[in-house]
Design a protein around this ligand. Sequence first.
Ligand SMILES: NC(=O)c1ccc[n+]([C@@H]2O[C@H](COP(=O)([O-])OP(=O)(O)OC[C@H]3O[C@@H](n4cnc5c(N)ncnc54)[C@H](OP(=O)(O)O)[C@@H]3O)[C@@H](O)[C@H]2O)c1
Length: 251
Amino acid sequence: MPGTPLQDRVALITGASSGIGEAAAIQLAAGGASVVIAARRANRLEALRRRIEADGGTALAVPTDVTSRASVDTLARQTLERFDRIDMLINNAGVMPLSPIATRDVEAWDRMLDVNVRGLLYCIAAVLPGMLERRDGHIVNVGSLAGRRPFPGGTVYSATKFAVRAISAGLRLELSPEDHIRVTDIEPGVVATELTGHIPDESIRDQFHATWSERTPLAPDDVARAILFAVSQPWHVNVNEILIRPTEQGT
Ligand SMILES: NC(=O)c1ccc[n+]([C@@H]2O[C@H](COP(=O)([O-])OP(=O)(O)OC[C@H]3O[C@@H](n4cnc5c(N)ncnc54)[C@H](OP(=O)(O)O)[C@@H]3O)[C@@H](O)[C@H]2O)c1
């Protein structure tokens, strides 16, 4: 789309089959970027691809499991075959199967580490060579308010988001000054998405829904607009962190 801020830019968005990732894909495509949408649910990606293209945008859907290095490498290869470059990575795929630490749900701990940390790193590894070569690029990691403070039942989830914040800060130190790769950590409070529907612990899930049925959480599009803001700045402006709480969230 001519005259739009992200014209001729290519954005790769993980976790684009729902929630924040889906909203970010729509916002960035409307901003003129060609978007590559990745997640495991192929039917949801295909519906989003059609919606973006019907609105005049350009999108490529690549079913991907970010916990598989081979799958992520295929995602990068298919992106480069179609668009020749990756200017932005929106590293958004994440899971949050909360439970009290005493229940020792080690399988859920592994899943959070695999998707939220290992998968995020695999995606960074896949996009870095081209960004380093061009000395240009933007990595947006979707962390969380939980990356600044743990909460009961969220110890391991919070640990993964502390890791995301540390990775963002380290990338910035290593890659921004010389290589001009910008890094943004997006840190939302509560957002109305499918994420909480997958909480296996019934009491945590019920407590969460009871609190937020009375209040207004963020919408995915509220976070997508923050992502659009970060990636639309001129090259010398490195938006480091954006922390966004719903107005009705105090802590
Ligand atoms: N909702 C909140 O309150 C909140 C607050 C702060 C931060 N966040 C963060 O925001 C990000 C997006 O979450 P959301 O709230 O938008 O929830 P969501 O609607 O459940 O979206 C999560 C996305 O991650 C994808 N995903 C999960 N496992 C994957 C895997 N192995 N490979 C590829 N994609 C995978 C899911 O797609 P498939 O299932 O199709 O693979 C889905 O598209 C997460 O990193 C989350 O931690 C959310």
